[in-house]
Design a protein around this ligand. Structure first.
Ligand code: HDD
Length: 713
C-alpha cells in the first residue's frame, strides 16, 4: 500500500489492518506443491537416492530445503510471557477525549481502531498449561492512524518490584531453578520465596498473585491494568498522570485452585480454547477502557508515591473514568505469524500519551526492543505483518536482516538537500510526537526515593478488601506455594514478613506450613478497604456460562429439552454428557446426542451441572462412579447444581447431601440452598429453570466452603 492509498483509506480504519494482512495471507487449497523457489515438486515422500535401497543424494534440493526449513522453524520463546494467545478486534472511544489527551484514536466515537491482543501467562514456557497460578499478560496493539500504540498490561494492577534493574533477579528467582529446571510454570519453590523474603516490596504483589486473580476463569473475564503511571497530554500541552484499566463486561471471575490443577492435566489449553470458541461462536469478548487521572499539582496528595509500581490507586480515591470499549471479534489465522511474532513495547506511544518517571517503566522502555532483536532476529521486526502500523513509515533507517521494503533513491540521511530534506520532521500540528517538557533536576545517584519505603500498607488494604471466601483462598494458596518450599528458615521468614501485613493472615499461613506462628503482633494499622478489588463485587451474569447435563438411556426428554431451551435463551451453553459418546434414547424414545463423555470432559470444564430425571437414566448413572465424581467435583467447586425428579435422588446419594442441611429426598416443591436447585414436580419446571439460571448467574456458592470439615478441594 503506498502512502496516498493509505491516507485515503483511513476513513475505513477498522478494516485497514485486516486489508493489510489480507495482502500476505495465503491459502494453499487446490494448489500444486512447489519448493520455496516456486519449482513444482513431483514427489515429496521419497528422497532422491542412488538406487532404491541406496544413500540419499546431496543434489536432492527439495529434501535439503524441506529439512533445512524445518530445522530452523523455532525461534527463541519470550523470556517471560512465553505462552500466549492472540485475537483481533477493534476499539471505539465513547466520546471525544480532547480535554485530557490529544491522542487521535481517542477523539472520534465513530472510528473503530483495529487492535490485536495477546493474553499470556508469565512464568511458564510456551508449552506449559494455561491454568497455572500466575500473573496474566494482557497486551493490546492499537493500529492508530498516528502509528501503533501498545498498552502492555497485566491482570494485576501492581508489580513485584519497584525498579526495573531488579527484573532479571525476580524472573530468575521465579523461573524453574537453573540446576534442574524444576518446577515448570510455578512460583512454588525455594528460589522464588527466598527472593520474596529478601525483597519486602513484593508483599503487595504476592497478596494479589495468591488471590483468585492468579487463576482466572477466562481471558474474557479478566481485568487489564497498565500498572505503570503514564501521562496524558492534551492539545494545549497540559499533562495529567494516568493509569489504564481494561474492565471486562462479563466481570472478573476465577477458577478454584483444585480446578486449575486438574485442568492443567485434562485441558492445558483451557483458556485459549475458551477464547477461540467464544469468538468463533460470535460471543465477542468486550472490555471497557478506563482511566484514572491525577492532576500534576496533586502528585503528592496521596499516602503512597504515585510513581511506585507496587501501589495501585484505589478506585474509591481516584475514580476510573470509562472512555471506550474494545471488542475482540476475529481469531488469528496463524498462531506463529500473528501471536508468536507480535512484538509489544510500552514505549510504543502516540502523540497525547507520554511517560512518567516510574522507575519500572523507565527500565521497561529499554527492555522490549532489546528482547525482540534476539527473538525476531534483527531490527526489521516492525515489518512483520502483524507488527506493521497502518500509518505510513518513512525514515532513513535502512538494511538489516530480512528487510522487506525496497527503499528507493540515493538519499538515506538527514538533513539533505537532494530530496528536499525528505522525510521531513512533522510539527506538533502535523502530529509530530513532542515529548512532554517535564522539568527534571537531580544528582546522579543509585538510590530509591524514601517515598517508596512503605511495603505493607496497601497489602493490608487488599487483605481487608477480601471477602471471607477470598481470604480463605489466599491462605490455602500460601499453604500450597510456601508448603512446597524446602528451606525452613525461608518459610519462617514468610510468616514474619506477612505478619507485617496482618497477624491473622500470618498465624493462618504458619498453621499450614509447619513453622511457628509470628512472634509478635503485626499488621500496619490500616483498617480501610477498597471494595472495588474484591471479585465478590464484580459483574455476575449467566451469559456465556457452560452447563454439563448428565444423561443416559431412559432420560426424561421433556425436562431436558425444556431446561436446555431456557438455558439457551439466557445465553448459557449446554453439553450432554454420558458414559459413551453417541445417541442416547429418552424414555419417550426421543434421541439426543451425547457430545461429551466422562473420558473427554469433567466437571472442571463447566460452570454448572444439571441432572435431569428419567428412571432409566438415573438407575444407570447411580452405577457410574464417574457420574458421582462429576457431581462431587461440581459441588466441591461451589458450582450451581440443578436436578429434577429422579435426578434429585442421584444428587441425594452424593457428598452434596452430606453438606446440605435439608434432606433432598423429602423435598417436593422447588428447593434452593447453597446454589443447589431441585424440583420433583413437572409443572414447576419453568420456575426451576428460572431459579437454576439465577444460581448460575451467581457463579459460585462459597457458603458451601463454610461447612467446615465437610468439604475439601
Ligand atoms: Fe514485561 C513481555 C507486561 C514489567 C520486560 N511484559 C511482557 C508482556 C506483557 C508484559 C503483557 C507480553 C507481551 C506479549 O504478549 O508479547 N511487564 C508487563 C507489565 C509490567 C512488566 C504490566 C509491569 C509494569 N517487563 C517488565 C519489566 C521488564 C519487562 C520491569 C524489564 C525491565 N516484558 C519484558 C520483556 C518481554 C516482556 C523481557 C518478554 C517478551 C517481550 O517483552 O516481548 O521485554
Amino acid at each position: 500500500m503506498d502512502n496516498n492509498q493509505q491516507n485515503n483509506e483511513l476513513s475505513n480504519l477498522e478494516n485497514l489492518k485486516d486489508q493489510q494482512l489480507e495482502t500476505v495471507r495465503v491459502d494453499h487449497k487446490g494448489t500444486k506443491l512447489t519448493t520455496n523457489q516456486g519449482v513444482r515438486v513431483s514427489n515429496t515422500d521419497d528422497s532422491l537416492k542412488a538406487g532404491e535401497r541406496g544413500p540419499t543424494l546431496m543434489e536432492d534440493f527439495h529434501f535439503r530445503e524441506k529439512m533445512t526449513h524445518f530445522d530452523h522453524e523455532r525461534i527463541p520463546e519470550r523470556v517471560v510471557h512465553a505462552r500466549g494467545f492472540g485475537a483481533h478486534g477493534y476499539f471505539q472511544v465513547y466520546e471525544p477525549m480532547a480535554e485530557i489527551t490529544k491522542a487521535t484514536f481517542l477523539q472520534d466515537p465513530s472510528v473503530k481502531t483495529p487492535v490485536f491482543v495477546r493474553f499470556s501467562t508469565v512464568v511458564g514456557s510456551r508449552g506449559s498449561a494455561d491454568t497455572v497460578r500466575d500473573v496474566r499478560g494482557f497486551a493490546t496493539k492499537f493500529y492508530t492512524e498516528d502509528g501503533n500504540y501498545d498498552l502492555v498490561a497485566n491482570n494485576i494492577p501492581i508489580f513485584f518490584i519497584q525498579d526495573a534493574i531488579k527484573f532479571p533477579d525476580v524472573v530468575h528467582a521465579i523461573k524453574p531453578e537453573p540446576h534442574n529446571e524444576i518446577p515448570q510454570a510455578s512460583a512454588a519453590h525455594d528460589t522464588f520465596w527466598d527472593f520474596v523474603v529478601s525483597n519486602t516490596e513484593t508483599a503487595h504483589m504476592i497478596m494479589w498473585l495468591l488471590s483468585d486473580r492468579g487463576i482466572p476463569r477466562s481471558f474474557r473475564m479478566m481485568e487489564g491494568f497498565g500498572v505503570n503511571t503514564f501521562r496524558f497530554v492534551n492539545e494545549q500541552g497540559k499533562a495529567r498522570f494516568v493509569k489504564f484499566h481494561w474492565k471486562p463486561l462479563l466481570g472478573v471471575h476465577s477458577l478454584t485452585w483444585d480446578e486449575a490443577q486438574k485442568l492443567a492435566g485434562k485441558d492445558p489449553d483451557f483458556l485459549r480454547r475458551d477464547l477461540w470458541e467464544a469468538i468463533n461462536m460470535g460471543e465477542y469478548p468486550e472490555y471497557e477502557l478506563g482511566v484514572q487521572l491525577i492532576e500534576e499539582d496533586q502528585e503528592f496528595n496521596f499516602d503512597f508515591d504515585i510513581l511506585d509500581p507496587t501501589k495501585f490507586w484505589p478506585e474509591e480515591q481516584v475514580p476510573v473514568k470509562i472512555i471506550g470499549k474494545m471488542t475482540l471479534n476475529k481469531n488469528q489465522d496463524n498462531f506463529f505469524a500473528e501471536t508468536e511474532q507480535v512484538a509489544f513495547h510500552p514505549g510504543h506511544v502516540v502523540p497525547g500519551i507520554d511517560f512518567s518517571n516510574d522507575p519500572l517503566l523507565q527500565g521497561r522502555l529499554f527492555s522490549y526492543t532489546d528482547t525482540q532483536l534476539l527473538r525476531l532476529g534483527g531490527p526489521n521486526f516492525h515489518e512483520i505483518p502483524i507488527n506493521r502500523p497502518i500509518a505510513c513509515v518513512n525514515n532513513n533507517q535502512r538494511d538489516g536482516f530480512h528487510r522487506m521494503t525496497i527503499d528507493k533513491g540515493a538519499v538515506s540521511y538527514s538533513p539533505n538537500s537532494l530530496r528536499n530534506n525528505s522525510p521531513q520532521p512533522a510539527s506538533d500540528k502535523e502530529h509530530g510526537y513532542t515529548h512532554y517538557a517535564e522539568k527534571v533536576e537531580g544528582q546522579k545517584i543509585r538510590k530509591r526515593s524514601g517515598s517508596f519505603n512503605d511495603h505493607y500498607r496497601q497489602a493490608t488494604l487488599f487483605w481487608n478488601s477480601m471477602s471471607p471466601a477470598e481470604k480463605k483462598h489466599i491462605i490455602k494458596a500460601f499453604h500450597f506455594e510456601v508448603g512446597k518450599v524446602q528451606d525452613k528458615q525461608i518459610k519462617q521468614r514468610v510468616v514474619e514478613m506477612f505478619n507485617n501485613v496482618d497477624s491473622q493472615l500470618a498465624i493462618q499461613i504458619a498453621e499450614g506450613i509447619g513453622v511457628n506462628p509470628p512472634a509478635n503482633q503485626g499488621g500496619t494499622g490500616v483498617t480501610a478497604s477498597s471494595p472495588a478489588v474484591s471479585q465478590e463485587n464484580t459483574v455476575k451474569q449467566a451469559k456465556t456460562r457452560k452447563v454439563a447435563i448428565l444423561i443416559e438411556n431412559g432420560f426424561n426428554f421433556n425436562e431436558v429439552s425444556q431446561v436446555m431451551t431456557g438455558l439457551s435463551a439466557a445465553g448459557v451453553h449446554a453439553d450432554l454428557i454420558s458414559k459413551n459418546l453417541g445417541m442416547i434414547t429418552s424414555v419417550e424414545s426421543q434421541k439426543l446426542e451425547a457430545n461429551k463423555s466422562y473420558a473427554t470432559s469433567g466437571a472442571i470444564m463447566y460452570d454448572a451441572l444439571y441432572i435431569p430425571g428419567g428412571k432409566g437414566s438415573i438407575d444407570l448413572l447411580m452405577t457410574h462412579k464417574e457420574a458421582k465424581d462429576f457431581i462431587n467435583d461440581a459441588f466441591v467447586h461451589a458450582k450451581p447444581i440443578g436436578a429434577t425428579n429422579e435426578g434429585v435422588d442421584l444428587l441425594a446419594s452424593t457428598d452434596a447431601q452430606r453438606t446440605l442441611l435439608a434432606d433432598l429426598g423429602s423435598q417436593t416443591q422447588i428447593f434452593t440452598d447453597m446454589g443447589v436447585v431441585t424440583v420433583r414436580n413437572e409443572t414447576d419446571l419453568s420456575a426451576f429453570q428460572q431459579e437454576f439460571i439465577n444460581a448460575i448467574s451467581l457463579h459460585r456458592h462459597w457458603m458451601r466452603e463454610n461447612q467446615d470439615g465437610k468439604m475439601s478441594g
